[in-house]
Structures are given as C-alpha cells and as structure tokens.
Design a protein around this ligand. Sequence first.
Ligand code: PMV
Length: 322
Amino acid sequence: MKATAIAHTNIALIKYWGKRDNVLILPANSSLSMTLDQFYTETTVEWSDSFTEDQFSLNGKIQSDAKVGRFLSILRDQFSLTSFAHVTSTNHVPTAAGLASSASAFAALALAASKAAGRNDDETTLSRLARQGSGSASRSIFGGLAIWQKGEANDGSDSYAYEIPTPSKLDLALVVAVVDAGPKKVDSRLGMQTTVETSPFFEAWTKQATLDLEAMQRAMKENDFVTMGEIAERNALTMHATTMAANPPFTYMQPLSLALMDAVRDLRVAGIPAYFTMDAGPNVKVLCLTKDAERVKEALSVHTSLLYICHPGPKARVITHD
Ligand code: PMV
C-alpha cells in the first residue's frame, strides 16, 4: 500500500482567480497553463491500518499542514478507506527560490495516494481529485499545455483539466525570474476570497478571462506567438487589477516585479517577442521562444541573478509502487 509519484509545477497563461465554490474548489472561470520541465514534487504515500494518524513530511521535516490534512480526509472518503496515511514529499525546486508550488504538490499527492490505494484512476479522475487539494493542481496531472474547464455542475463532476496540443510550429520557453524567495504575504486562497467578495472588477475579470481563453486557443492553433503573448500578459494584468480594487486592496507586485516587466517591454522594443505573467507572488515569468530564451535571461539578469529557463514539461507519473 505504498507508491511514489512525481508531478511538475505549472504556470497559467490564462489565470484561475476566484472560486464559485470554496469547499469543492470550483473556479469562476476556465484557465490554461504550461507544465514546466524544471520544477517538480516527488511524493510517497503509504496507507496502513497500523498508523494511528496521518503524517506529512516536506523536505525532511514533519509538518502540520491543514490543507494536506483536509485533502487526505477527502481522499480517504472518496477511496472508501479507513486507514491513515504517511506522506513524504520533496520539492525539486531551487532552494529558497520561492517557487514551491501547491500545484505540483497536490497533483503528486493525488496520484501517489490513488496508486498506493491500489486504484487505477484515469487522468480525468486524478485531475478532479487534485483540484480538491489546490485548484491549479488539476492542471499538473498533465504535461505540455492544459486547460482546466470550470464545469457547470454543482458537484464538481465536470470541473477537471485536459491536455491540449502545443502549437506545432512554436518552440515555447518560459524564463522564471525570482524576485523574492520569502513566503507569500496574501496566500492565493485568501487573495481570491477577498477579490470575489469585494472587488468591483471581479465580474469583469471572469467575463474577460473567458474571452481571453477563446482567443488564446485560436492564436495557438494559428501558431501566432505575438497574439498568444499579448493575451497572456494582458490576462495577468487584468487579474492583478482585481486585487488592487479589492477591500482591503492588495497587490503581489513589488518594485522589482515592475522593473522586470519594463525590461520585458524593452526587449520587445528591441525586436524580441517576450511577454510576462505573474501569479500570487512577486516573481515574474516570461513567455518567449526557445531561440530567444538566453537573450531574455541576459536582459533580466541586470535585476535578479535567480533565473531559470523552462520548457513544457511531462505529465505526472508513478515512479515506484508495491
Ligand atoms: O491553486 P491555487 O490555490 O494555488 O491558485 C493559483 C492561482 C494562480 O497561480 C494565481 C493562478 C493559476 O491559475 O495558477
């Protein structure tokens, strides 16, 4: 009753921001992401009747993590198990780079827990499960590019991700620029909730994100990188605008984030198609073509030395099991 799985992090090009159901983790809008080759979580789960409680260790240290505890209870319920689990996770991200991600964590945990329970869940089921740990984890079950469809049902049965083809003629890269390695000031759960409940821009955001996703899919089919980048950048800024209008207002941007965004705009003026995106933290991620990635990295190195060139990564996979 033991299995080890790996899942990679993902970065959304069309963001998930705001839930319509906080318990089932159902999003207000569909989102689209790229799974990254460089950063992943490796997780071992063991279910045993001899355990007297759940246990979770991360990078060699025992943790008390409410989100993991809650997720294990959901899995126990859905797998009809009565035993407790011991979970051991290692984040394969650069030390102290602030890139540890709940997406890779809950995708790896869902897959390892399912396999360790002797199940052979398909990817749709795994994505639906991972979603209940952290929304973005639904997309980390898949490699390359994935869409998390918001679904319409109230029970979450149709809210899961699926893989879409990468644009056939584009060799995509994503340069991650680390601004701050510290923990988030407003975690995504609280940030979303405040936005949904108080931001007058929230409704406009969900409408725009839906249009952005359609336009992004068209641009991808047409291998139109400039349009893809423009949509991704504007989508990220629209999401961040919702937080600035919330009550109390907040922002994930730091002075260095803004400097990096300017550097990306300068690159475009110099003829390099590069477009930024940003999540619930100050790090800036730059979408570009592989042939330009070194040039992008060099331009950003004036502002930070913590830079990583990523490419579309593989799907979540089991590496060992009993
Ligand atoms: O899955 P969560 O709760 O960590 O939320 C992720 C939210 C963003 O990273 C900001 C956007 C996204 O779609 O990944």
